[in-house]
Design a protein around this ligand. Sequence first.
Ligand SMILES: N[C@@H](CCC[C@H](N)C(=O)O)C(=O)O
Length: 276
Amino acid sequence: MLLKFTKMHGAGNDFVVVDLISQRCRLRSRDIRLLADRHFGVGCDQVLVVEPPGRPEVDFRYRIYNADGSEAEQCGNGARCFARFVRDKQLTSKRIIRVETAGGIIELRVRDKQQVEVDMGAPEFEPERIPLRAATRAASYTVALDGRELELGALSMGNPHAILRVEDVAQAAVDSLGPALERHPDFPQRVNVGFMEVVSEREIRLRVFERGAGETLACGTGACAAVVYGISRGWLQGVVTVHLPGGKLEIAWAGAGHPVVMTGPTAVVFEGSIRI
Ligand SMILES: N[C@@H](CCC[C@H](N)C(=O)O)C(=O)O
């Protein structure tokens, strides 16, 4: 069939967005990999799928697939693009949109055409909720890798994140440590790996090696996880500006039990159709 899609991005984290309310289609893992393929398909970090709600308290079901075909529980930059897409396509006229993801319910608040605020829900720290193989919850963990001991933070934003603090993010060993930690046996569901340079109490630089997609130009849940880790360690406070290779996000977190609120841009790149 000929599948209609919209290519979008949020701070350079790019998406193929597909409306499966107006189009009837079942996307297989190989279809996702084709859509995401930058040579043989459209090309993106994640494929986002709009589905009808599965329960009355939400407006849509929001499904997220990484470029390697795996399904993810949450995607922050994607959530903002999702909000813009469902309004542009007149699937809703609401400015506050509640969606169900595999990582829980999140609320998308459309400020204007470009900026969307997302209530990402509260982070989770218990090792079994991340999931991380650790006996007890700790402020940071030590992971053994190739004879080295790495200190990192670990938490769930609906999806799993590990965060390493580095002196200079431009020099961070993202290409080697990213894939090695993504598939480290201590993280049984694999993990997204963030490299955070603290600039000041209200500003960080961040690069993220994403599970199932490799290094991306921005990761929304990665930005939330890094700020939560930085606030928990006393390095950051209040509303934090996160500089990523593709743009910047504002992240606010009031502490344990409170939701993380992310604000950032959305952009439509082009529309098209592809035979799958
Ligand atoms: N780009 C995302 C996260 C996408 C999912 C992630 N790779 C995972 O597998 O958990 C974001 O903006 O949060």
